[in-house]
Write a protein that binds this ligand. Sequence first.
Ligand code: PLP
Length: 409
Amino acid sequence: MTNVSKRSEDINESITLKLNAKAVALAKEGQKVYNLTAGQLPYRPPKELVEAIRGELDFLKSFQYSPVAGDGELLEKLIDYVETSRSISFEDYDHRFAATVGNGGKHVLANIFAALVNPGDEVIVFAPYWISYPQMIKLNGGVIKVVEASIYNAFEPDLEKLKELLSDKTKAIILNSPNNPSGVFYNEKWMKSFAEIIKPFENTYVISDEIYYELNYYDPRPTYFYQYDRELLSRTIIVDGISKSLASTGLRLGYCIAHEDIISAIKKIQGHTASGSCSLIQRALLRYNLNQIDEYLSPVKKHLRENSLILREVLRENQLEKCWYQVTSAFYFLMDFSSAPIIEKFKKSEDDQTDYSVQICEQLLEEKGVAMVPSGDFGLPNCARMSLVLPKDDFRDAIIALSEFLTRE
Ligand code: PLP
Protein backbone atom coordinates (compact mmCIF):
# COMPACT_ATOMS: atom_id res chain seq x y z
CA MET A 1 0.00 0.00 0.00
CA THR A 2 1.31 3.48 -0.85
CA ASN A 3 2.39 5.32 2.24
CA VAL A 4 0.74 8.73 1.77
CA SER A 5 0.36 11.29 4.56
CA LYS A 6 -2.45 11.14 7.08
CA ARG A 7 -3.20 14.75 6.14
CA SER A 8 -3.85 13.87 2.52
CA GLU A 9 -5.99 10.91 3.53
CA ASP A 10 -8.21 13.18 5.61
CA ILE A 11 -9.10 15.28 2.57
CA ASN A 12 -12.39 14.32 0.92
CA GLU A 13 -12.59 13.84 -2.80
CA SER A 14 -15.43 15.69 -4.40
CA ILE A 15 -18.47 13.79 -5.68
CA THR A 16 -18.95 16.50 -8.31
CA LEU A 17 -16.18 15.10 -10.49
CA LYS A 18 -17.77 11.65 -10.49
CA LEU A 19 -21.14 13.02 -11.54
CA ASN A 20 -19.59 15.24 -14.17
CA ALA A 21 -17.77 12.24 -15.67
CA LYS A 22 -21.08 10.40 -15.82
CA ALA A 23 -22.79 13.38 -17.50
CA VAL A 24 -20.05 13.51 -20.14
CA ALA A 25 -20.27 9.73 -20.71
CA LEU A 26 -24.06 9.89 -21.18
CA ALA A 27 -23.71 12.78 -23.65
CA LYS A 28 -21.14 10.74 -25.60
CA GLU A 29 -23.63 7.88 -25.81
CA GLY A 30 -26.00 10.32 -27.50
CA GLN A 31 -28.34 11.07 -24.56
CA LYS A 32 -29.54 14.67 -24.23
CA VAL A 33 -27.81 15.99 -21.12
CA TYR A 34 -28.57 19.28 -19.38
CA ASN A 35 -25.40 20.00 -17.48
CA LEU A 36 -26.28 22.35 -14.62
CA THR A 37 -23.05 21.77 -12.72
CA ALA A 38 -21.00 24.65 -14.17
CA GLY A 39 -18.90 26.64 -11.71
CA GLN A 40 -17.95 29.22 -14.31
CA LEU A 41 -19.57 31.60 -16.77
CA PRO A 42 -19.65 30.19 -20.32
CA TYR A 43 -18.99 33.60 -21.89
CA ARG A 44 -16.07 35.23 -23.63
CA PRO A 45 -13.99 37.41 -21.32
CA PRO A 46 -13.99 41.16 -22.08
CA LYS A 47 -12.34 41.87 -25.45
CA GLU A 48 -10.24 44.63 -23.83
CA LEU A 49 -8.68 42.05 -21.53
CA VAL A 50 -8.01 39.63 -24.38
CA GLU A 51 -6.41 42.44 -26.40
CA ALA A 52 -4.29 43.43 -23.41
CA ILE A 53 -3.00 39.84 -23.14
CA ARG A 54 -2.29 39.70 -26.89
CA GLY A 55 -0.45 42.99 -26.77
CA GLU A 56 1.74 42.08 -23.81
CA LEU A 57 5.21 41.93 -25.33
CA ASP A 58 7.44 43.08 -22.50
CA PHE A 59 9.24 39.74 -22.19
CA LEU A 60 11.11 40.60 -19.03
CA LYS A 61 8.08 41.70 -17.14
CA SER A 62 5.41 39.41 -18.55
CA PHE A 63 7.27 36.14 -19.13
CA GLN A 64 9.55 36.02 -16.12
CA TYR A 65 8.93 35.69 -12.37
CA SER A 66 6.79 38.39 -10.84
CA PRO A 67 7.37 39.57 -7.27
CA VAL A 68 5.88 37.01 -4.84
CA ALA A 69 3.07 39.30 -3.67
CA GLY A 70 2.39 40.49 -7.21
CA ASP A 71 3.25 43.44 -9.45
CA GLY A 72 3.39 46.54 -7.23
CA GLU A 73 1.42 48.71 -9.64
CA LEU A 74 -1.30 46.07 -9.94
CA LEU A 75 -1.56 45.73 -6.15
CA GLU A 76 -2.18 49.47 -5.87
CA LYS A 77 -4.77 49.28 -8.60
CA LEU A 78 -6.57 46.41 -6.83
CA ILE A 79 -6.58 48.29 -3.54
CA ASP A 80 -8.07 51.34 -5.30
CA TYR A 81 -10.68 49.18 -6.98
CA VAL A 82 -11.79 47.56 -3.72
CA GLU A 83 -11.93 50.94 -1.98
CA THR A 84 -14.07 52.44 -4.73
CA SER A 85 -16.34 49.48 -5.36
CA ARG A 86 -17.04 48.86 -1.64
CA SER A 87 -17.04 52.57 -0.67
CA ILE A 88 -14.41 52.05 2.01
CA SER A 89 -11.01 53.51 2.80
CA PHE A 90 -7.91 51.69 3.97
CA GLU A 91 -6.37 55.00 5.09
CA ASP A 92 -5.97 56.30 8.66
CA TYR A 93 -5.64 53.06 10.57
CA ASP A 94 -2.86 52.53 13.09
CA HIS A 95 -1.40 49.93 10.73
CA ARG A 96 -1.08 49.63 6.98
CA PHE A 97 -3.17 47.45 4.70
CA ALA A 98 -1.51 45.56 1.87
CA ALA A 99 -2.55 43.30 -1.00
CA THR A 100 -1.24 40.10 -2.48
CA VAL A 101 -2.03 38.21 -5.66
CA GLY A 102 -2.20 34.42 -6.00
CA ASN A 103 -3.05 31.75 -8.56
CA GLY A 104 -6.80 32.18 -8.26
CA GLY A 105 -9.05 32.87 -5.31
CA LYS A 106 -8.59 29.29 -4.15
CA HIS A 107 -4.84 29.67 -3.83
CA VAL A 108 -5.25 32.95 -1.96
CA LEU A 109 -7.72 31.34 0.45
CA ALA A 110 -5.43 28.35 1.03
CA ASN A 111 -2.63 30.81 1.87
CA ILE A 112 -4.86 32.75 4.25
CA PHE A 113 -5.85 29.64 6.19
CA ALA A 114 -2.21 28.55 6.33
CA ALA A 115 -1.21 31.99 7.58
CA LEU A 116 -3.89 32.21 10.29
CA VAL A 117 -4.87 28.79 11.57
CA ASN A 118 -2.92 26.86 14.21
CA PRO A 119 -3.81 23.25 15.05
CA GLY A 120 -6.82 23.32 17.37
CA ASP A 121 -7.99 26.80 16.35
CA GLU A 122 -11.70 27.01 15.68
CA VAL A 123 -12.98 28.41 12.39
CA ILE A 124 -16.67 29.14 11.91
CA VAL A 125 -18.15 28.31 8.53
CA PHE A 126 -21.68 29.09 7.30
CA ALA A 127 -23.50 26.23 5.58
CA PRO A 128 -24.24 25.92 2.75
CA TYR A 129 -20.58 26.59 2.11
CA TRP A 130 -18.11 26.37 -0.74
CA ILE A 131 -16.72 22.84 -0.70
CA SER A 132 -13.06 23.74 -0.27
CA TYR A 133 -13.30 25.70 3.03
CA PRO A 134 -13.57 22.67 5.36
CA GLN A 135 -10.77 20.88 3.51
CA MET A 136 -8.48 23.91 3.79
CA ILE A 137 -9.24 24.25 7.51
CA LYS A 138 -8.56 20.53 8.06
CA LEU A 139 -5.26 20.75 6.18
CA ASN A 140 -4.08 23.25 8.80
CA GLY A 141 -5.37 21.24 11.77
CA GLY A 142 -8.20 23.69 12.46
CA VAL A 143 -11.50 22.72 14.05
CA ILE A 144 -14.57 23.39 11.89
CA LYS A 145 -17.66 24.86 13.54
CA VAL A 146 -20.73 25.05 11.32
CA VAL A 147 -23.64 27.50 11.42
CA GLU A 148 -26.44 26.14 9.27
CA ALA A 149 -29.09 27.82 7.17
CA SER A 150 -32.13 26.44 5.38
CA ILE A 151 -34.48 27.28 2.56
CA TYR A 152 -36.98 28.60 5.16
CA ASN A 153 -34.81 31.68 5.63
CA ALA A 154 -33.55 31.74 2.03
CA PHE A 155 -30.27 30.20 3.18
CA GLU A 156 -29.31 33.11 5.40
CA PRO A 157 -27.20 31.76 8.29
CA ASP A 158 -28.72 31.71 11.76
CA LEU A 159 -27.06 34.45 13.82
CA GLU A 160 -28.32 33.01 17.11
CA LYS A 161 -26.30 29.89 16.33
CA LEU A 162 -23.30 32.08 15.53
CA LYS A 163 -23.57 33.64 19.01
CA GLU A 164 -23.52 30.17 20.56
CA LEU A 165 -20.41 29.11 18.66
CA LEU A 166 -18.30 32.26 19.04
CA SER A 167 -15.73 32.07 21.80
CA ASP A 168 -12.14 33.02 22.61
CA LYS A 169 -11.14 29.94 20.63
CA THR A 170 -12.62 31.33 17.41
CA LYS A 171 -9.65 32.25 15.26
CA ALA A 172 -11.64 33.15 12.18
CA ILE A 173 -15.03 33.22 10.52
CA ILE A 174 -15.26 32.56 6.81
CA LEU A 175 -18.00 34.56 5.15
CA ASN A 176 -19.00 34.09 1.52
CA SER A 177 -21.54 36.63 0.33
CA PRO A 178 -22.74 36.41 -2.48
CA ASN A 179 -22.77 32.75 -1.73
CA ASN A 180 -21.84 29.63 -3.60
CA PRO A 181 -23.98 27.45 -3.64
CA SER A 182 -27.13 29.36 -2.59
CA GLY A 183 -26.96 32.32 -5.01
CA VAL A 184 -28.00 34.84 -2.34
CA PHE A 185 -26.13 37.54 -0.50
CA TYR A 186 -26.76 38.29 3.14
CA ASN A 187 -28.79 41.46 3.41
CA GLU A 188 -27.97 44.74 5.10
CA LYS A 189 -29.87 43.88 8.29
CA TRP A 190 -27.99 40.58 8.57
CA MET A 191 -24.63 42.27 7.98
CA LYS A 192 -25.33 44.93 10.61
CA SER A 193 -26.28 42.30 13.20
CA PHE A 194 -23.24 40.26 12.23
CA ALA A 195 -21.04 43.32 12.84
CA GLU A 196 -22.55 43.82 16.31
CA ILE A 197 -22.17 40.16 17.25
CA ILE A 198 -18.52 39.82 16.28
CA LYS A 199 -17.45 43.23 17.59
CA PRO A 200 -16.47 42.06 21.12
CA PHE A 201 -14.37 39.16 19.77
CA GLU A 202 -11.32 41.27 19.08
CA ASN A 203 -9.03 38.36 18.25
CA THR A 204 -11.33 36.85 15.67
CA TYR A 205 -10.60 37.48 11.99
CA VAL A 206 -13.19 37.52 9.25
CA ILE A 207 -12.19 36.11 5.90
CA SER A 208 -14.64 37.73 3.51
CA ASP A 209 -14.70 35.73 0.29
CA GLU A 210 -16.18 38.23 -2.18
CA ILE A 211 -15.34 36.39 -5.38
CA TYR A 212 -18.96 36.86 -6.61
CA TYR A 213 -19.24 40.48 -5.46
CA GLU A 214 -19.69 41.87 -8.98
CA LEU A 215 -22.31 39.28 -9.92
CA ASN A 216 -25.48 40.61 -8.32
CA TYR A 217 -28.22 40.68 -10.94
CA TYR A 218 -30.93 42.41 -8.90
CA ASP A 219 -30.63 45.59 -6.85
CA PRO A 220 -29.31 46.42 -4.32
CA ARG A 221 -25.57 45.66 -4.33
CA PRO A 222 -24.20 43.37 -1.62
CA THR A 223 -22.99 45.21 1.47
CA TYR A 224 -20.55 44.08 4.14
CA PHE A 225 -20.31 44.28 7.95
CA TYR A 226 -17.09 46.34 7.79
CA GLN A 227 -18.92 49.13 5.98
CA TYR A 228 -20.92 49.73 9.18
CA ASP A 229 -18.00 49.55 11.59
CA ARG A 230 -14.61 50.77 10.45
CA GLU A 231 -12.74 49.02 13.23
CA LEU A 232 -13.89 45.65 11.91
CA LEU A 233 -12.11 46.24 8.62
CA SER A 234 -8.75 46.00 10.38
CA ARG A 235 -9.40 42.33 11.19
CA THR A 236 -10.98 41.49 7.85
CA ILE A 237 -9.28 39.82 4.92
CA ILE A 238 -11.11 40.72 1.70
CA VAL A 239 -10.77 38.15 -1.08
CA ASP A 240 -11.73 38.74 -4.72
CA GLY A 241 -10.45 37.72 -8.14
CA ILE A 242 -11.18 37.69 -11.85
CA SER A 243 -12.36 34.08 -12.24
CA LYS A 244 -16.04 34.83 -11.93
CA SER A 245 -16.39 38.53 -12.68
CA LEU A 246 -14.31 38.43 -15.88
CA ALA A 247 -15.18 34.85 -16.91
CA SER A 248 -11.50 34.00 -16.61
CA THR A 249 -11.21 30.90 -14.41
CA GLY A 250 -8.26 29.61 -16.45
CA LEU A 251 -6.11 32.71 -16.06
CA ARG A 252 -5.77 31.97 -12.32
CA LEU A 253 -5.72 35.32 -10.66
CA GLY A 254 -7.11 36.03 -7.21
CA TYR A 255 -6.12 38.55 -4.58
CA CYS A 256 -6.67 39.59 -1.01
CA ILE A 257 -6.29 42.78 1.02
CA ALA A 258 -5.57 42.70 4.74
CA HIS A 259 -3.44 44.00 7.61
CA GLU A 260 0.15 44.13 6.33
CA ASP A 261 1.30 41.52 8.90
CA ILE A 262 -1.12 38.98 7.47
CA ILE A 263 0.05 39.77 3.96
CA SER A 264 3.69 39.29 5.08
CA ALA A 265 2.83 35.87 6.48
CA ILE A 266 1.08 34.91 3.23
CA LYS A 267 4.05 36.15 1.23
CA LYS A 268 6.41 33.89 3.16
CA ILE A 269 4.20 30.86 2.53
CA GLN A 270 3.63 31.65 -1.13
CA GLY A 271 7.32 32.37 -1.67
CA HIS A 272 8.17 28.77 -0.83
CA THR A 273 5.17 27.03 -2.34
CA ALA A 274 4.30 28.84 -5.56
CA SER A 275 6.36 32.04 -6.14
CA GLY A 276 4.57 34.99 -7.72
CA SER A 277 1.49 34.24 -9.80
CA CYS A 278 1.34 34.45 -13.61
CA SER A 279 3.17 37.60 -14.77
CA LEU A 280 1.41 37.79 -18.12
CA ILE A 281 -2.08 38.13 -16.73
CA GLN A 282 -0.91 40.56 -14.05
CA ARG A 283 0.64 42.82 -16.70
CA ALA A 284 -2.46 42.57 -18.91
CA LEU A 285 -4.72 43.46 -15.99
CA LEU A 286 -2.76 46.66 -15.55
CA ARG A 287 -4.13 47.73 -18.91
CA TYR A 288 -7.71 46.69 -18.17
CA ASN A 289 -10.02 49.23 -16.58
CA LEU A 290 -11.62 47.38 -13.66
CA ASN A 291 -14.42 49.93 -13.58
CA GLN A 292 -15.63 48.38 -16.85
CA ILE A 293 -16.59 45.13 -15.11
CA ASP A 294 -20.17 46.32 -14.59
CA GLU A 295 -20.61 47.15 -18.25
CA TYR A 296 -19.06 43.84 -19.30
CA LEU A 297 -21.39 41.93 -16.97
CA SER A 298 -24.56 43.71 -18.03
CA PRO A 299 -25.68 41.10 -20.65
CA VAL A 300 -24.57 38.30 -18.31
CA LYS A 301 -26.77 39.68 -15.56
CA LYS A 302 -29.70 40.02 -17.95
CA HIS A 303 -29.33 36.35 -18.84
CA LEU A 304 -29.16 35.32 -15.17
CA ARG A 305 -32.25 37.41 -14.35
CA GLU A 306 -34.17 35.81 -17.21
CA ASN A 307 -33.20 32.31 -16.17
CA SER A 308 -34.09 33.04 -12.54
CA LEU A 309 -37.58 34.06 -13.75
CA ILE A 310 -37.89 30.90 -15.84
CA LEU A 311 -36.96 28.88 -12.78
CA ARG A 312 -39.67 30.52 -10.68
CA GLU A 313 -42.27 30.19 -13.42
CA VAL A 314 -41.66 26.49 -14.12
CA LEU A 315 -41.49 25.56 -10.44
CA ARG A 316 -44.78 27.40 -9.85
CA GLU A 317 -46.46 25.70 -12.79
CA ASN A 318 -45.52 22.40 -11.19
CA GLN A 319 -46.69 23.27 -7.64
CA LEU A 320 -43.10 23.33 -6.44
CA GLU A 321 -43.30 26.78 -4.77
CA LYS A 322 -41.92 25.31 -1.56
CA CYS A 323 -38.62 24.64 -3.33
CA TRP A 324 -38.32 28.21 -4.55
CA TYR A 325 -36.59 31.21 -2.97
CA GLN A 326 -35.36 34.44 -4.55
CA VAL A 327 -31.84 34.16 -5.93
CA THR A 328 -30.04 37.43 -6.59
CA SER A 329 -26.34 36.88 -7.14
CA ALA A 330 -23.50 34.57 -8.17
CA PHE A 331 -25.08 32.15 -10.69
CA TYR A 332 -26.46 29.33 -8.61
CA PHE A 333 -29.69 28.05 -7.10
CA LEU A 334 -29.90 25.40 -4.40
CA MET A 335 -32.76 22.98 -5.00
CA ASP A 336 -34.17 21.63 -1.74
CA PHE A 337 -35.36 18.07 -2.40
CA SER A 338 -36.82 17.73 1.08
CA SER A 339 -39.58 20.17 0.05
CA ALA A 340 -40.48 18.09 -3.05
CA PRO A 341 -42.55 14.89 -3.39
CA ILE A 342 -39.55 12.90 -4.73
CA ILE A 343 -37.97 12.68 -1.27
CA GLU A 344 -40.73 10.28 -0.16
CA LYS A 345 -39.39 7.71 -2.65
CA PHE A 346 -36.05 7.70 -0.83
CA LYS A 347 -36.94 8.13 2.85
CA LYS A 348 -37.21 4.86 4.79
CA SER A 349 -39.43 6.35 7.48
CA GLU A 350 -41.17 9.60 8.41
CA ASP A 351 -38.25 10.84 10.54
CA ASP A 352 -35.43 9.51 8.32
CA GLN A 353 -32.79 12.29 8.26
CA THR A 354 -30.36 10.55 5.87
CA ASP A 355 -28.79 12.64 3.10
CA TYR A 356 -30.05 11.17 -0.18
CA SER A 357 -28.75 13.98 -2.39
CA VAL A 358 -26.17 11.81 -4.16
CA GLN A 359 -28.67 9.04 -4.95
CA ILE A 360 -31.28 11.59 -6.04
CA CYS A 361 -28.79 13.37 -8.34
CA GLU A 362 -27.64 10.04 -9.82
CA GLN A 363 -31.20 8.99 -10.56
CA LEU A 364 -32.07 12.43 -11.95
CA LEU A 365 -29.13 12.25 -14.33
CA GLU A 366 -29.91 8.71 -15.47
CA GLU A 367 -33.63 9.28 -15.98
CA LYS A 368 -33.85 12.88 -17.14
CA GLY A 369 -30.33 13.75 -18.22
CA VAL A 370 -30.18 16.64 -15.73
CA ALA A 371 -26.84 16.98 -13.93
CA MET A 372 -26.67 18.89 -10.64
CA VAL A 373 -24.21 18.94 -7.74
CA PRO A 374 -25.42 17.06 -4.61
CA SER A 375 -25.28 19.12 -1.44
CA GLY A 376 -23.34 16.84 0.94
CA ASP A 377 -20.14 18.69 0.05
CA PHE A 378 -21.85 22.01 0.83
CA GLY A 379 -22.69 20.94 4.37
CA LEU A 380 -26.46 20.55 3.94
CA PRO A 381 -28.43 17.35 3.29
CA ASN A 382 -30.95 16.67 0.54
CA CYS A 383 -30.32 19.61 -1.75
CA ALA A 384 -28.44 20.05 -5.03
CA ARG A 385 -26.84 23.03 -6.71
CA MET A 386 -27.72 24.13 -10.21
CA SER A 387 -26.08 26.84 -12.31
CA LEU A 388 -28.26 29.35 -14.12
CA VAL A 389 -25.93 29.79 -17.05
CA LEU A 390 -27.41 27.52 -19.76
CA PRO A 391 -28.98 29.21 -22.81
CA LYS A 392 -32.59 30.15 -22.02
CA ASP A 393 -34.39 27.44 -24.02
CA ASP A 394 -32.15 24.66 -22.76
CA PHE A 395 -32.48 25.98 -19.24
CA ARG A 396 -36.29 25.93 -19.48
CA ASP A 397 -36.24 22.35 -20.82
CA ALA A 398 -33.88 21.34 -18.00
CA ILE A 399 -36.17 22.80 -15.32
CA ILE A 400 -39.23 21.17 -16.92
CA ALA A 401 -37.42 17.79 -16.87
CA LEU A 402 -36.31 18.38 -13.29
CA SER A 403 -39.85 19.32 -12.22
CA GLU A 404 -41.28 16.14 -13.76
CA PHE A 405 -38.76 14.17 -11.75
CA LEU A 406 -39.40 16.06 -8.50
CA THR A 407 -43.18 15.70 -8.66
CA ARG A 408 -43.34 12.08 -9.73
CA GLU A 409 -45.83 10.18 -7.59
N1 PLP B 1 -14.58 31.10 -3.49
C1 PLP B 1 -15.74 30.61 -3.93
C2 PLP B 1 -16.95 30.79 -3.10
C3 PLP B 1 -15.82 29.94 -5.16
O1 PLP B 1 -16.99 29.47 -5.60
C4 PLP B 1 -14.63 29.77 -5.91
C5 PLP B 1 -14.67 29.02 -7.17
O2 PLP B 1 -15.56 28.29 -7.50
C6 PLP B 1 -13.45 30.31 -5.41
C7 PLP B 1 -13.45 30.97 -4.20
C8 PLP B 1 -12.12 30.16 -6.15
O3 PLP B 1 -12.10 30.76 -7.35
P1 PLP B 1 -10.80 30.71 -8.28
O4 PLP B 1 -9.76 29.93 -7.59
O5 PLP B 1 -11.24 30.08 -9.55
O6 PLP B 1 -10.41 32.15 -8.46
